[in-house]
Design a binder for this molecule. Structure first.
Ligand code: THU
Length: 126
């Protein structure tokens, strides 16, 4: 699957976003070794701190289906800036594959690509 195809899946997932507070819809598409893709969107709450990011929703869906072999994640939002994963999502995803590729989109069909360990050097672990 191309990066663009994976990003398009993330875009479709963003349409399910529940984000009445920030009004910032995010979608994620997390790809496994055999090409299986798990999607997620951000899910906000009136208790703002209980919000869950799109990336962690996708990751939890995959883990709960028995999958941990993640290769790539596409993160879609139509912001002015590239939608980079937050610190919590970086730590969370690093648990499973610090080498995974991270595609981050912004408005205008633009995206940038990183390795997760570039975004999260010196992560916590024991
Ligand atoms: N958000 C994500 O879902 N993923 C990110 O990578 C950045 C932030 C969500 C959380 C919240 O619902 C909204 O974007 C604004 O912070």
């Amino acid at each position: 699957m191309t990066d663009r195809e994976l990003m398009n899946i993330a875009k479709n997932a963003s349409m399910h976003s529940y984000s009445p507070y920030s009004k910032f819809a995010v979608g994620a598409a997390l790809e496994c070794e055999d090409g299986t893709v798990f999607t997620g969107c951000n899910v906000e709450n009136a208790a703002y701190g209980d919000t869950i990011c799109a990336e962690r929703v996708a990751c939890c869906k995959a883990i709960s289906e028995g999958r941990r072999d993640f290769l790539r994640i596409a993160i879609y939002a139509e912001g002015e800036n590239y939608c980079m994963p937050c610190g919590s999502c970086r730590q969370f995803l690093c648990e499973f594959n610090p080498e995974m590729e991270v595609l981050c989109a912004k408005a205008g069909n633009r995206y940038v690509s990183y390795r997760l360990n570039q975004l999260m050097p010196h992560r916590f672990g024991f």
